[in-house]
Ligand binder design. Structure first.
Ligand code: UDP
Ligand code: MG
Length: 313
């Protein structure tokens, strides 16, 4: 029997890009069919788009019965869209792709070959250059990857994209991770399995514009750190400990000074600085605690990761 490959495509305001995407992926489908016994299923996840994305998807579904879609009741974010895609996919292999053609479809052949014939559980892509990206963003991205790999045990690869092809077994493992605060780059690494990394040059999106502002990316990286590491909590306690020791030494010094030299008036400005510094650090550490607490809070509410408004599955 032919291998069914599900192609999951999270779409948020991609009305302009989708026709190009569909054309490119269909071309790839026809190409792959010539050499291997495969079938495709396209799973478009409309993540609460505000443009004509849904109607474009419906048009595609009307002329091609391989096109499936799930449409959310509002924008839940790409993480939720990917989860919905994995949950609704029925393929023996599942690929996740962006709608903007930044994930070149021609790599699918190589990915399929790696997973089918070379014994890998997953073939994932990473871009080797960050061409076309603001330098500040690249700089912070590099720092983030260096940091998170130091402090967490999920193997998170610099430049890794969400574009990957996985076996059903790996998909099921990912679906078993039902956490509400999802950080897929971490989840993919955390579940393990053998991954083949395929490198490619960054390409610019075909139409529409990126949904990631610098601020959104920054918050996303914090999510990643909090979701996959408890190091910040340890740092908070270590800072506390260092300050306790420093304070203890200072107390001894002041007592000794008072006994030996009498009782000079302590400096008011230095006092103010110390109060500012110490209360600042206290607030900072409380903030770290708060970040974890807010995640626990959201997690215990046990809310659904996404809400479907309509679908043809
Ligand atoms: N996306 C989504 N929900 C969102 C934001 C983005 O489903 O809230 C999808 C988007 O339609 C695209 C993919 O995620 O298919 C990647 O988004 P984008 O191209 O904006 O990110 P970039 O490639 O710039 O990192
Ligand atoms: Mg993109």
């Amino acid at each position: 029997m032919a291998d069914l490959i599900s192609i999951i495509v999270p779409c948020y305001n991609e009305g302009a890009a989708l026709p190009y995407f569909y054309e490119a992926i269909t071309k790839q489908y026809n190409l792959m069919r010539q050499s291997s016994d495969i079938d495709f299923e396209y799973l478009f996840i409309n993540d609460g788009s505000k443009d004509n994305t849904l109607s474009v998807i419906k048009e595609l579904a009307a002329k091609d019965n391989r096109v499936k879609y799930v449409s959310f009741s509002r924008n839940f974010g790409k993480e939720a869209a990917m989860y919905a895609g994995l949950q609704n996919s029925s393929g023996d292999y599942v690929a996740i792709m962006d709608a903007d053609l930044q994930d070149p479809p021609h790599i699918l052949s190589e990915m399929y070959d790696c997973v089918k014939n070379q014994g890998y559980d997953c073939a994932a892509t990473r871009r080797v250059s960050r061409k076309g990206e603001p330098p500040v963003r690249s700089f912070f991205a590099r720092c983030f990857y260096r940091l998170i790999n130091k402090i967490s045990n999920a193997d998170i690869v610099d430049g890794a994209r969400d574009y990957r092809l996985m076996t059903r077994q790996m998909v099921n493992a990912i679906l078993d991770m039902k956490e509400y605060n999802r950080f897929s780059k971490g989840i993919f690494g955390w579940v393990g399995f053998s991954t083949k990394w395929i490198e490619f040059e960054n390409t610019e999106r075909v139409a529409g514009e990126t949904k990631w502002s610098f601020w959104k990316l920054f918050l996303y990286s914090l999510d990643g750190i909090i979701g996959f590491s408890t190091a910040p909590l340890a740092i908070a306690s270590i800072i506390g400990l260092i300050f306790c020791i420093a304070a203890f030494i200072m107390i001894l010094v002041i007592i000794a000074k008072t006994l030996i030299l009498g009782d000079p008036v302590a400096g008011y400005p230095s006092m103010v600085c110390i109060i500012f510094l110490v209360s600042g650090i206290q607030l900072f550490c409380l903030g770290i605690l708060g970040q974890y607490m807010s995640k626990i809070y959201l997690e215990t509410k046990n809310r659904p990761i996404y809400i479907t408004k309509e679908s043809n599955i």
